[in-house]
Design a protein around this ligand. Structure first.
Ligand code: 4HQ
Length: 244
């Protein structure tokens, strides 16, 4: 996958994409991430990228001609242009799964009050990372890149690690423990030391269900349950079995 990021602040992306899983995916050529400095497409001698809003009001608006040239510089036959904005559809794991199947994403980051509305006509979709106001789309673009990269085949281990994690299957994660077995009187649950892999799997599944029920019950409303999950839920809800 190719991801081009159009921004006035390309330096913001350097460290976040030079570490950890995204950096590894880049070095393995599973994803190519480029930043494009929108200012390079301002052709006047002052390299002006924004201007006062028609009709007056506070703030500045990014200029249509500058943005249009920046977009044209990276557009390809299969590119999908995404504008990060609170007006977009809210990002969730399902949206990310859809984006992960694209071959070329262009992420447009607005700053100041935003972009000239005529650019929205060129945009394929608007995406929001949540109902709060950022200073610009850059941090939202970082969220999209990080979460999409993890879904590209080969980026995470070939084990089920991507699928097993939070939201991979619509549930919160079960609790994790590592050594030492005992720390200041706090013990690792006995079952995890038992070597009974099937019982461990069921224990984890039950705790994922309990946690989701207690912390994020609304996630369960959007989800189908298989037979095993139904019986675990029945046990949780009606039989008062141990839940931790
Ligand atoms: N902004 N999800 C305003 C956001 C945002 C969000 C980006 C601030 C666009 C012009 N982007 N600029 N929330 O708050 O994506």
């Amino acid at each position: 996958m190719i991801i081009d990021i159009l921004t006035l602040f390309p330096n913001m992306f350097v460290s976040p994409f030079a570490e950890s899983i995204v950096a590894r995916a880049r070095s393995r050529h599973l994803v190519e991430i480029n930043t494009v400095d929108i200012r390079d497409y301002a052709l006047d001698k002052h390299q002006q990228v924004d201007d006062y809003p028609y009709g007056g009001g506070a703030g500045m608006v990014m200029k249509v001609d500058v943005l249009s040239r920046a977009i044209a510089s990276v557009t390809s036959p299969d590119s999908r242009l995404i504008y990060l904005s609170p007006q977009g559809k809210k990002l969730d794991q399902a949206q990310l799964g859809r984006l992960a199947r694209e071959s070329h994403l262009i992420l447009l980051c607005g700053h100041y009050e935003g972009i000239d509305e005529r650019i929205i006509d060129l945009v394929d979709e608007e995406l929001s990372i949540g109902d709060y106001v950022l200073s610009g789309g850059e941090i939202a673009a970082m969220v999209v890149v990080d979460a999409v990269t993890r879904l590209i085949p080969g980026v995470l281990g070939d084990d089920a690690s991507s699928q097993e994690e939070s939201f991979g299957d619509g549930l919160l994660e079960y609790p994790h423990y590592t050594r030492p077995r005992s720390y200041q009187g706090l013990e690792v649950p006995e079952i995890l030391l038992s070597g009974h892999h099937e019982q461990i799997r069921l224990w984890r599944k039950r705790l994922s269900l309990v946690r989701t029920l207690l912390k994020r019950p609304e996630l369960l409303l959007e989800r189908e349950f298989d037979q095993e999950e139904r019986s675990l839920l029945e046990e949780i809800l009606f039989n008062r079995e141990k839940t931790s």
